[in-house]
Write a protein that binds this ligand. Structure first.
Ligand SMILES: Cc1cc2nc3c(=O)[nH]c(=O)nc-3n(C[C@H](O)[C@H](O)[C@H](O)COP(=O)(O)OP(=O)(O)OC[C@H]3O[C@@H](n4cnc5c(N)ncnc54)[C@H](O)[C@@H]3O)c2cc1C
Ligand code: FES
Length: 312
């Protein structure tokens, strides 16, 4: 069986309740097996569990965050700056960071996952973009002064290791729909790793992350799935040496970019936004679970599941 990587392993939230229940995503010993098969080279989840009295560490807390600014970008789409404090803002800088947000209610079933567009540790502020769709986002939009924020969460994308490890290379970020929100943190992390970064945004969408992209980044606009869009991506892979792609969009876009990277003679790694329904974000409720290649359900709020048909 292939080893699954939990995004929280080695973090301040590991071990979690799954360890107490014999369900740890990565550690075979914590699942009751006799042999360690994790291959993880960071802090050992099993030893942490023993040292911590066989108890889960404290989970994420919720803060009531004042809304400092709110901008309407188009009908039913707004950006908001939330004051969450320096510690949480620092923990929300890496690619794939998101929070659970809810409007002004004590009812946790209004919590929804929302990507972090930008995080400013010095000011203790994060920026989020919210498309108003149904009951939970409508409630958020009703109160202009505060939101409840639970975090940090990091599994907003699959293939995090590709983004973390790609250095001195060329990267292309393809964004469409509200998944554009996840693009700026990905771009920042790629730039910090001395990569050359280009961003392609669906020309039918309002660009709302431009202010959070470094000015050295070249931004292209083409209609998603048009001949121009397909040609640009293929050209960047074939003739411009792109070796890492990030697809922030729907699953159809992920599949197509997966096919383009598989066609390439060179290795092209693909990371994708995580589009699953999530409720708890802690691997407990099961709303994000989908079958993996082995036919068993995988909890995708915590498990890294890069697309499986990529060249190795
Ligand atoms: C990791 C992640 C990051 C996200 N980031 C953003 C973001 O930055 N901005 C943004 O506007 N939206 C984002 N979303 C989607 C957002 O969570 C949903 O749009 C929101 O939950 C809709 O709730 P609703 O009650 O307003 O609408 P509903 O009528 O309940 O749903 C509208 C659509 O939203 C999706 N959805 C509903 N509930 C959930 C849920 N619990 N988890 C995930 N998707 C759901 C479904 O596809 C549904 O068809 C993100 C989702 C994930 C998984
Ligand atoms: S969202 Fe609850 S298990 Fe993943």
């Amino acid at each position: 069986m292939s080893v699954l990587e939990c995004i929280d392993i080695g973090s301040q939230f590991c071990p979690c309740h799954l360890a107490e229940l014999g369900e740890c995503i990565t550690c075979s010993l914590l699942r009751g097996k006799k042999v360690c098969t994790c291959g993880w080279s960071g802090t050992c989840a099993y030893m942490e569990f023993q040292w911590h009295g066989k108890k889960a560490r404290n989970g994420r807390s919720t803060v009531k965050a004042p809304v400092l600014h709110k901008w309407e970008m188009q009908k039913d789409l707004f950006l908001a700056e939330l004051e969450v404090g320096g510690k949480l803002a620092r923990d929300l800088r890496r690619a794939g960071s998101f929070v659970f947000l809810r409007g002004d209610t004590e009812n946790h079933f209004f919590d929804i996952p929302i990507a972090v567009v930008n995080s400013d540790e010095a000011r203790g502020v994060i920026v989020v973009a919210i498309a108003i769709r149904g009951p939970k986002t409508k409630l958020i939009n009703q109160n202009h002064t505060c939101m409840f924020v639970r975090g940090p969460y990091w599994n907003g994308l699959f293939g995090y290791r590709f983004i973390e490890r790609t250095r001195h290379s060329k990267c292309l970020i393809v964004l469409g729909g509200i998944s554009q929100a996840s693009g700026a943190l990905v771009a920042n992390q790629m730039l910090n790793n001395a990569n050359e970064v280009s961003v392609l945004i669906n020309s039918q969408d309002t660009v709302f992350i431009a202010g959070y992209l470094n000015q050295t980044i070249k931004i292209y606009r083409e209609a998603a799935f048009s001949a121009g869009w397909i040609g640009l991506i293929k050209n960047m892979i074939k003739n411009h040496g792109v070796s890492c792609l990030y697809s922030g969009g729907n699953n159809k876009q992920h599949q197509l970019l997966g096919a383009f990277s598989a066609e390439s003679e060179r290795r092209v790694n693909l990371a994708t936004s995580n589009n699953n329904i999530m409720q708890c974000g802690e691997g407990i409720c099961g709303s994000c679970a989908q079958e993996g290649n082995d036919g068993k359900p995988k909890r995708r709020c915590k498990t890294q599941m890069p697309m499986e048909r990529l060249p190795t």
